[in-house]
Structures are given as C-alpha cells and as structure tokens.
Design a protein around this ligand. Structure first.
Ligand code: NFE
Ligand code: MG
Length: 529
C-alpha cells in the first residue's frame, strides 16, 4: 500500500492537492483538497449590487466571462429586467470565445502532455521541412537543459503509447495552439472591451452597440479558430484516441450529471438554450429538470465553521481552518450536492444531457465520433476519461459552428431600425435573484440577496467546487475523488495515470474556492510512503 501526495498538481489553474492510496497497482481511495481561500463572497457583502458582475470576474483570470455574465443574470433576475436580443447574442459570442480559449488551452497545454511524450518526439524521422524545424527546436530545448513547460514530465513512462512521429506532430500543434488561444482571447476583447475582465455587458444589456467593423473583425477571427478546431484539434483527437481506447473504461466517477444550460436564444429562457439544462442520474434513463432548490453545500469536511447543508440562497462563507486531516477536514472547497448527490459538471455533462435531449447537432457529432472510434451506438463509453477529452473537442466544434450563425443573426439585428442593446432598470431595494449558466468547466450559479439596495448575501457555486469537492455529510466522495478510485497506477512514484484522471476535469481552484496557504507553495512534491 502506498500513499501518494501530489501537491500542487501542475497544469491546472490554482492550488490543488491530490492524495491517493495505491494498492496492487490501483487507486483504492482518493482525497481532493483545494488549498486556497479567497473570500470573494465575503468581499461582496454590503456593496452596490451593480458592482457584483465586475468583482466576481476577479474570481478567475481563466473564466471571468461566465462569472460576469452569471452575476448579471442574478441581478437581472432580482430586478426583473430582460436585455434586448442583440445583447443576448453578444453575450453568447463572448461566452463562446471563452469556451474556445479554455478548450484549446486545455486540450494541448494542460492535458495534452499526459498523452504526448515530448522526449519520444525527438526520435521521429520527419520528412516535411516544417516538422524537421519543430524537431530541431525541441532538440535545442532539450540540449540546453531548458525544457521550460516540459520540465518534470514523466517522459518515457510506459503509459505513453504514441509513436514518435505522432508525438512530434502534436508537439507542433501544441506550439500552434499557443497562438490560437491568444486569438480566442482577442475575440473576447472585440465585443468585451478587454480580456480578462470584460467591461461591456452590465445588467440590462450592453454599454454600446457592436459596430459593423467589430462584427467583421470578429467574424474573420472566428474563421481562423474554426479551421484550427476542425482541421487540427478534432483530427488530433481522432489520431490519439485509438491509442488510448483503454481510457474509455477508466475514471467514470459518480455517473450523475448536471447542467444549467448555456447559450441563449432569448433572454431568461433556459429551456431553449443551445446546450440545454438537465439532470442525468446514474441508472436512470430519463432526464430530469435542473432545479436550483435542490442544491445544498456541505462543509463537514471543509475548512469552514460547521453548519448543516445549506441552499446557496441562505449559504454562509465562514472560514474555520483546522488541521489538514483526510479523516476530518481537508479542503477549502465546499461540497455541493444535488438532492444529496454528488454531480459531475462540465463538457461531458453538457454533451450527455444534450444527447439525451436529442439536440440534433450534438447527437450527430457524438454518433459520428462513436462510429469513428469503433463504438457505434455506445455513448456509455463517454462516461470516462476519454469521454471528457472527446466532449471538449466535440463541444468546441459545435460551438464554433453556432457562433458563425450568431454573428449572422447579430448583423441582421443591428441593421433593424431602432435596434437597441440596453433595457433600463432599477436596483430593487429588497429582493433575491439567481443566475444559472455554464462556464467552460461546468455548471455555474450565483445567488444574490439584496437588502436596503445593498448586497446582503452573495454565494457562488462553481464548476470545480462540484467536481473537485471533498466528502459530504454522508461521507460520499466528490466526483473527482470517485473517478480516481480504480485507476491503474504503474509506478506510484510517477503517477501519470492519476494526473490523467485529474486533468480530465480541467480543475480550476481559483474558481472553486473563493489567501494562499504559504506552506504548500512548493514547486512540485510527490511523497510515496
Ligand atoms: Ni477558474 Fe471556471 C470555468 C468557472 S471553474 S475556470 O470554466 O466558473 O471550474
Ligand atoms: Mg461558493
């Protein structure tokens, strides 16, 4: 029996500590700990409700857009205001750019190196000039002993399966993807004013109408991203997947999925969202309605003052750090549960829910991929590490396609006489509102309560809080913890397989908690006992 601690996990956002118990070559138990605390929800108390969408964007530099929008939806809900259609479309477009940024970054820079062996790429014998140049560049890196982002990889690990030539091609795409994710962020800035922390989607609509020049620039940039997603990222998925099909049977997790739905066709009509809301429970064929009333956050195993599980509408953020102890309290993340159940959120949840709801383009893409992988008619294989990878790529492909349509719609809307982008409203003296939306990493909810025109309480329940949560009051593991159980580990001192499961959730701890613990601020530590 070996206890392995990886702290911090690299190639994610924020500080995550994963502890696993390995016995006879498999993970027997797992603990996920968020080791930061930020207190954004506390900062918001007593402020003007109109500040919330700007403050909450500071939760995370990776996904400020969905935090900003979800906060806007919460205040719009409390104020009873609906933005005009062009504002709804612009919000979809900037959210879409955030998805493309996150998914490209994740596929290549965060997750890719768990499957692509950089050192093996040096054994490739490329014929093309461009590939020879990539190999020379890589060889020069290695020769200087400056692997930079490639330091500390488990290069040569037997779980790497790709031949050298394919490794080299994906390394070339890794470099190209650095430019692509930057381009996605530039597109966010065209309509958003800047990125990170966009500026122009306040409650009620937009600060200014999009201009014809902006629409044209956006549309051109989008074409480039579409070509990359379809011709490079999707093709890389098809190339890599056959070598890693065993990962379609690893890391299933809790098997419960939640989505609040994302990409509106009209304001405040979640059921008509392009990726619809829903709840899919293990062992049940029927999709259920997603209701925020069913959400409760548990804190028994978290560093907060204990209270019974609370719905976020009455939620509390009262830090109460005690010693890190996997038997008692071990995380700054709370444990959100839906009707008492741990729920996986994210691209896989959205894709499975849309598939069950028969959303045509989703069904078509999923079925086509399953057939290409030799698993026609078997969407069950997607409930796995490989499924999470596939879901991010499929989602990118679908979204880029829809975004082109939304740009055309926006152009049409803005040509209409009297086109408006803002609806005026009054901040209520007293009231409550909920914003439900989907960030790239999954279900995002903001709950606001207003009293005397100020924020009395504010709670965010964020994708990584769902996925990387610790145990709850009933001692049930969180989705990531559960997915780790059963994972094969070839060498506990080089737990590459553990990283694969963790990265498949694309965790973001800055989002998931809301002061860095200086004691865990190490570069990299593995402890094998
Ligand atoms: Ni910090 Fe985020 C996304 C949100 S959290 S990246 O996507 O909300 O997991
Ligand atoms: Mg919270």
């Amino acid at each position: 029996m070996a206890r392995v601690v990886i702290d911090p996990i690299t190639r994610i956002e924020g500080h995550l500590r994963i502890e696993v118990e390995v016995s006879r070559g498999r993970v027997k138990d797992a603990w996920s700990s968020g080791t930061l605390f930020r207190g954004i929800e506390i900062i918001l108390k007593g402020r003007d409700p109109r500040d919330a969408w700007l403050v909450t964007q500071r939760i995370c530099g990776v996904c400020p857009v969905p935090h900003g929008l979800t906060s806007v939806f919460a205040l719009e809900d409390a104020a009873g205001v609906k933005p005009p259609l062009p504002a709804v479309i612009v919000r979809n477009l900037i959210e879409g750019t955030q998805y493309l940024h996150s998914h490209i970054l994740w596929f290549y820079h965060l997750n890719g190196l768990d499957y692509v062996d950089i050192v093996s790429a040096l054994k490739a014998s490329p014929k093309e000039k461009s590939m020879k140049q990539v190999k020379e560049k890589l060889a020069a890196f290695v020769k200087r002993g400056q692997l930079g982002p490639f330091t500390n990889g488990y290069w040569g690990h037997p779980a790497y399966k790709l031949p050298p030539d394919i490794n080299l091609v994906v390394v070339a795409h890794y470099l190209q993807a650095l430019e692509m994710q930057a381009k996605a962020s530039k597109l966010t800035a065209i309509f958003g004013g800047k990125m990170p922390m966009h500026m122009n989607t306040p409650p009620g609509g937009l600060t200014k109408p999009p201009t014809a020049e902006e629409i044209k620039a956006f549309s051109e940039g989008l074409k480039e991203l579409k070509a990359f997603v379809n011709n490079v990222m999707y093709q890389d998925l098809l190339t890599l997947a056959p070598y890693y099909l065993d990962w379609a049977g690893i890391g299933k997790g809790v098997g419960n999925y939640l989505s609040w739905g994302v990409f509106d066709s009209a304001p405040a009509s979640p059921e008509s969202r392009f990726l619809p809301p829903g709840v899919l429970l293990k062992g049940k064929k029927r999709l259920e309605k997603a209701s925020p009333e069913e959400v409760k956050e548990h804190v028994k195993h978290s560093f907060y003052r204990y209270s019974r599980p609370l719905n976020p509408a009455e939620g509390k953020t009262e830090p109460g750090f005690k010693k890190h102890d996997t038997e008692k309290t071990y995380s700054w993340l709370k444990a959100p549960r839906y009707d008492g159940k741990p729920m996986e959120v994210g691209p896989l949840a959205r894709v499975l829910i849309a598939y069950h709801k028969n959303v045509k383009p989703v069904k078509k893409e999923v079925d086509a991929l399953l057939e290409k992988l030799g698993h026609k008619g078997n969407p069950g294989i997607l409930q796995s590490v490989l499924g999470r990878i596939a879901a991010r790529v499929i989602e990118s492909k679908l979204i880029v396609e829809e975004m082109e349509k939304w740009v055309a719609d926006l152009e049409k809307e803005m040509k209409k006489k009297g086109a408006r982008v803002y609806t005026g409203y009054k901040v209520p003296k007293k009231g409550e509102g909920i914003g439900l939306w989907e960030a790239p990493r999954g279900a995002l909810g903001h709950w606001i309560r207003i009293k005397n025109s100020k924020i009395e309480n504010y709670q965010c329940v964020v994708p990584t809080t769902w996925n990387a949560s610790p145990r709850d009051d009933k001692h049930q593991r969180g989705p990531l913890e559960e997915a780790l159980v059963g994972t094969p580990v070839h060498d506990p001192k080089k737990p590459l397989e553990v990283l694969r499961v963790v990265h498949s959730f694309d965790p973001c701890i800055a989002c998931a908690v809301h002061v860095i613990d200086p004691r865990t601020n190490e570069v990299y530590r593995i402890r094998a006992v």
